[in-house]
Design a binder for this molecule. Structure first.
Ligand SMILES: C[S@@+](CC[C@H](N)C(=O)[O-])C[C@H]1O[C@@H](n2cnc3c(N)ncnc32)[C@H](O)[C@@H]1O
Length: 196
């Protein structure tokens, strides 16, 4: 199994219990840099650092994914990144390359605390309306998340007319979780996620 593990913004106390368990139990843990290594070292002595230098990352991704595509059939290997692994993370390219080389590799992503939510706690600011997260180095917004998506059918139609593909996620990581096509109406614990 290949794990993509979120470490949170940098304080070892903000690593989730699930991430800690994966880090402790994996056959090998890989990190893309020293900051991530420092966090992991709180939970495990042996950590392998693989740097992804700008301009030379392609070769590193190719070599590493060839290795992981083979090893992750028999072994549990965790690739740990700062923040949340699903956002702007080095793991993205490794994940796609491994899947391309060996679709049989099982992958689990362990979510964590992203910098852009943690910063509001740091600032003691409460977010109580829609908000934007953008990247200064990347292009247009291509993802949208709608909270409190009770009228999911109607909301999904609006998103689709803006060119988004839409998925409804209800009771995520809870009992009764469902992921799929937006229904007409949903419970309060529903997110709509769109991407284009
Ligand atoms: C490649 S993105 C990775 C985002 C990360 N996966 C996350 O969920 O926060 C790197 C950017 O995240 C922000 N970032 C991540 N951790 C941070 C921290 N502890 N303090 C301030 N900014 C941080 C910075 O803007 C940095 O340029």
């Amino acid at each position: 199994m290949l794990y993509g593990v979120s470490l949170g913004p940098g304080d070892a106390g903000l690593v989730t219990l699930r991430a800690k368990r994966v880090i402790e139990q994996a056959d090998e843990v890989i990190v893309p840099g020293r900051l991530a290594e420092n966090v992991v070292k709180n939970y495990r002595e042996e950590v392998r650092v693989v740097e992804f230098p700008m301009g030379n990352a392609e070769k590193i991704v190719d070599d590493l994914s060839t290795e992981l595509a083979q090893r992750c059939i028999e072994e549990d290997i965790a690739f740990c990144v700062l923040g949340d692994v699903a956002f702007f993370s080095t793991f993205q390219d490794v994940f796609h390359a491994v899947k391309q080389k060996n679709p049989g590799v099982n992958v689990e992503l362990v979510p964590g605390v992203p910098s852009f939510t943690a910063v509001f706690s740091r600032l003691k600011k409460f977010v109580d309306s829609s908000f934007r997260v953008t990247s200064a180095l990347d292009g247009e917004e291509r993802y949208v998340v709608v909270l409190k998506a009770v009228k999911s059918g109607e909301l999904a139609e609006t998103l689709r007319s803006d060119g988004y593909r839409v998925v409804q996620v209800e009771r995520m990581f809870m009992e009764g979780e469902s992921v799929g096509e937006p229904k007409e109406k949903s419970s309060y614990f529903t997110l709509l996620v769109g991407w284009r």
